[in-house]
Design a protein around this ligand. Sequence first.
Ligand SMILES: NC(=O)c1ccc[n+]([C@@H]2O[C@H](COP(=O)([O-])OP(=O)(O)OC[C@H]3O[C@@H](n4cnc5c(N)ncnc54)[C@H](O)[C@@H]3O)[C@@H](O)[C@H]2O)c1
Length: 278
Amino acid sequence: MHIAVTGSTGKIGRAVTARLEADGHDVVGFDVDGPRGPAFTRVDLSDYGQALDALLGVTFRHDGVDALVHLAAIPVNGLVPDAATFQHNTAVTFNVLHGAHRAGIKKIVYASSINAMGFPFDEPPPYLPVDEGYTAANNTYGLGKVVEETIAGQLVRWDPELSISALRFTNVVAEDGYGSFERAGELDYRRDLIGSYVDARDAALAVALALEKGAPGFEVYAVSAADTGLTIPSAELAAAWFPGVPLRKELGEFETLLSIDKAAEQLGYVPRYSWRDR
Ligand SMILES: NC(=O)c1ccc[n+]([C@@H]2O[C@H](COP(=O)([O-])OP(=O)(O)OC[C@H]3O[C@@H](n4cnc5c(N)ncnc54)[C@H](O)[C@@H]3O)[C@@H](O)[C@H]2O)c1
């Protein structure tokens, strides 16, 4: 397939591009920042004209794509003022999703976040493992992700052939990003992430699977590693962090408290990487 990847220069974008190219796809990267190269075009996606034009075609790069992976965003609060985080990200995602719809692209996978489902969990989740049935934003970045899911859920109603998968990634860890796991025995480590993490290569796997298996309509999938980032058993974490919150299943010793059951069942997502094997 010919696939456009927005945010291709970023942490997840690099892993996704590598994965899709290894799978034999033709990838063109769109990012506001990045080195010149034969499969990359510098685009400011906050400008609707640039977003739409780049999706329709770019001389010497592509003349139409079959699918879109949308990862471009300000990836956390704090980098710019809070209002700018919301305004930038929601505008970019509107431009990219609506532009793709205008361009006739039928398959879209894009990045949502654990920030749309309770991060940093000062307020306990309603049940554990928490899953896609829970939506709660506690900052402007998360609010943007919730708004973007609403946009996507409505856009698919405008085109019965359009498939959009929102992947609610938890904290994505690049291969050189495992330094903090030396704190894995501390009870407050990753508490705000309910213990979760996901290797960037597994995030890329989830993208590849959603591109392959996503059906027309809109679906949200939580994406995490299969285990937590702690050496404390998951049942003990749940009891210590969220006393009284019901457990919906018996937990494996270090099983993730961010459910990946939906991605496993519908996409065949089985994460391959654990910090424990490093
Ligand atoms: N990294 C994580 O732990 C994590 C977790 C959950 C969700 N996400 C989401 O995944 C996506 C990718 O995150 P990441 O960690 O790779 O972030 P990143 O900051 O490493 O990459 C984002 C890329 O988007 C580009 N970009 C930003 N604004 C742009 C614009 N206006 N036009 C064109 N390009 C623009 C940036 O230049 C950057 O290369 C984001 O939507 C982020 O919110 C990330």
